[in-house]
Design a binder for this molecule. Structure first.
Ligand SMILES: Cc1ncc(COP(=O)(O)O)c(C=O)c1O
Length: 373
């Protein structure tokens, strides 16, 4: 494995220091919840090793989300990131062919690379509305392809796959027989409108990955999971988990269970807050023609860019410097996603609405200051 730190982690708000940031528009989750929001009573918890697949009651609730899924189709992991690591290192080895959407959540790109896989990028484009074209995937598939990796709702753009596209890609991997579809569904419950089904419920060659970090604002418990109906494969994923961890943290998984139990009341509230923040952000973009984006269809991030005519000749480093040094504002610059730095991920779901408004105003002001200088 060839590990290398990723800019998105090196430059993350928690590494920079939350205390130094006034308007944090760099996050990809809703505001972080606290233990007291959950009312979890952990006093009597016996701190033993847990079920190696994950807390059974938690897996039951997860499985209930997909038609025909069983608790034993679920492997609980410390965050979605660990699920992704397990999938990549189980399915890929040096030289394996993998088709990976780009831009993407950085780990989805970097871990196959660290394995030494032969990664071929499915480059998505602003001009296409960040859409995934199954015909392009069909043309990229080779006999030795092991993995097709997509994310929906997408990080960093907030674009979503249509049901037709998802079905078409699943049909491709089923027909291929050697490849699997990894679908990162970490933002699934934040889809505007009805979410797609849990993709693993639609085919045996599909692996769904998600967590509680983003929708529920619980990244401080490290709980996510992967789901697949292929039990032989799940056994291999379990073996990987056991070699790293044996079992997950019972403390974390008990808190996670409590969060999922609260979901029926909690989720509508969360979705309401996201809708409000999205509306503020959308109006701001509409009123600031120097920025443009493909309107997100889910999640809490979008990937606007400074309009090309304005971006040409702009000192983009000076823009980010002004944004942080003068306005205490951060966003996720394009290089976190191997994209031009004139694009940036804008996380609108994490800050308070006042902080959000302040951060949006700061973006416009920083651009003015740099263009005027
Ligand atoms: C699309 C996506 N997948 C996975 C993760 C990993 O999150 P966690 O490990 O906290 O669940 C992230 C975090 O930003 C993400 O955006």
């Amino acid at each position: 494995m060839r590990y290398r730190r990723m800019p998105i982690e090196e430059e993350s708000p928690e590494q920079l220091g939350y205390g130094r940031i006034r308007h944090n528009l760099a996050e990809s989750s809703v505001a972080d919840a606290s233990l007291s929001d959950l009312g979890a009573d952990l006093g009597g918890l016996v701190l033993q090793y847990g079920d190696h697949l994950g807390l059974p009651a938690l897996r039951e609730l997860v499985a209930a989300d997909g038609v025909g899924l069983a608790p034993d189709d679920v492997l609980v992991t410390p965050g979605a990131v660990a699920a992704l690591f397990i999938v990549h290192t189980t399915l890929l080895e040096a030289g394996s062919h993998a088709i990976v959407a780009r831009p993407n959540y950085a780990t989805n790109v970097e871990t196959p690379r660290a394995v030494g896989a032969d990664v071929e990028y499915l480059d998505l484009a602003f001009e296409d509305g960040w859409a995934v074209d199954p015909e392009r995937i069909a043309a990229m598939l080779r006999p030795e392809t092991r993995l097709v990796s997509l994310t929906t709702p997408h990080n960093p753009t907030g674009a979503t796959l249509s049901r037709e596209t998802l079905d078409a890609v699943i049909a491709l991997v089923e027909r291929h027989g050697g490849a699997r579809l990894l679908l990162d569904e970490t933002y699934r419950e934040m889809t505007f409108g009805d979410p797609l089904p849990v993709a693993a419920s639609l085919g045996d060659r599909v692996i769904s990955v998600t967590s509680l970090s983003k929708t529920y604002g619980l990244p401080g418990i490290r709980v996510g999971w992967l789901v697949t109906r292929d039990r032989e494969l799940l056994g291999r994923f379990l073996a990987a988990k056991e070699q790293i961890l044996i079992s997950g943290s019972l403390v974390d998984e008990t808190i996670a269970l409590r969060a999922l139990e609260l979901r029926p009341t909690w989720l509508p509230e969360i979705r309401g807050r996201i809708a409000e923040a999205f509306s503020i952000t959308s109006s701001w973009i509409d009123g600031n023609p120097r920025f443009e984006w493909v309107p997100p269809r889910g999640g809490v991030v979008g990937f606007p860019r400074i309009r090309p005519g304005i971006a040409a000749g702009l000192n983009v480093d000076a823009f980010y410097d002004a944004l942080f040094e003068r306005h205490g504002t951060i966003v996720g610059p394009g290089h976190w996603f191997e994209q031009p730095r004139t694009s940036f991920r804008l996380g609108y779901g994490w800050p308070t609405l006042d902080e959000l408004r302040g951060g949006l105003a700061a973006l416009a002001a920083a651009l003015d200051e740099v263009r005027g200088s």
